[in-house]
Design a protein around this ligand. Structure first.
Ligand SMILES: Nc1ncnc2c1ncn2[C@@H]1O[C@H](COP(=O)(O)OP(=O)(O)OP(=O)(O)O)[C@@H](O)[C@H]1O
Length: 233
């Protein structure tokens, strides 16, 4: 059981500050959601956590380990799984090959696809030899989560897993994330614009606006009018 702490991070793109003093506590075995409109800094937060973009200030701690300047592949080996925005499936590789790209982050004797991937997403098993690019958006999202599961993450971070996906598959994805929390001991952080999905599956919710955390607390205590005010364009 591993927690993830984001502590007082600042992140810049050139002179533009995208994140200001952002702190997020993801407790072990809980689902934490960061909600916010387009462009408020959600993806930047995940790119700081995964090490794709360096932070100018603050620290990120995975379990007991401060990540410092560790490269993304090292973070993956330490147990950090990442499902990027837009899924980043390889369109010309098969479903099986896409899943196997996760092997790069793990040691030789773990190089297999866990049964749980096919139990959670049976459609992947039936489409193993199809090209990634032939899958629907929802199937690609399931494949992206399956690929992250291949790396046996202790902490899984997901960038807008419901984006562009039909409601029935959103429900499947919500159930899958709850299964990973409840039965595989994963700590989950997701960023989203879809309030109802977060209220349904998250334990803790943070609201982000203009690069800053504006509000946080247990999902059961959400001040809905305040949250909707931050989510309005
Ligand atoms: N590579 C980059 N170079 C310069 N500015 C960037 C870059 N990536 C993001 N930004 C800017 O940083 C701010 C935060 O963007 P970010 O993508 O983190 O927001 P977001 O909340 O994830 O939005 P979205 O839902 O559109 O992905 C925005 O003003 C955006 O234009």
């Amino acid at each position: 059981m591993t927690s993830l702490s984001v502590r007082n991070i600042d992140l810049f793109y050139g002179a533009a500050q995208a994140l200001k003093n952002v702190s997020i506590e993801c407790q072990s075995n809980r689902i934490t959601a960061v909600l916010g409109r387009n462009g408020v800094g959600k993806s930047s937060t995940l790119r700081a956590i995964t090490g794709i973009n360096p932070v100018a200030r603050g620290e990120i701690v995975l379990g007991e380990t401060t990540l410092g300047r560790a490269a993304p592949y090292r973070r993956a080996r330490m147990g950090l799984g990442y499902v990027p925005q837009g899924r980043e499936i390889f369109p010309l590789l098969t479903v099986r090959e896409n899943l196997e790209t996760g092997f790069a982050a793990i040691s030789n004797h773990d190089r297999n696809v866990p049964d749980a991937v096919y139990e959670l997403f049976p459609v992947l098993k039936s489409m193993l030899n199809r090209r990634g690019g032939d899958l629907s958006g929802g199937q690609q999202q399931q494949l992206a989560i399956g690929r992250a599961m291949v790396t046996r993450p202790k902490v899984l971070v997901l960038d807008e897993p419901t984006e562009g996906i039909q409601p029935s598959i959103i429900k499947d994805i919500g159930r899958a994330l709850q299964f990973l929390r409840d039965h595989m001991g994963m700590t989950i952080l997701l960023v989203e614009q879809y309030l109802d999905f977060c209220r349904e599956i998250a334990d803790d919710i943070y609201i982000m606006d203009r690069g800053e955390i504006q509000h946080s607390g247990p999902a059961s205590d959400l001040d809905l009018p305040e949250v909707r005010r931050h989510l309005m364009v």
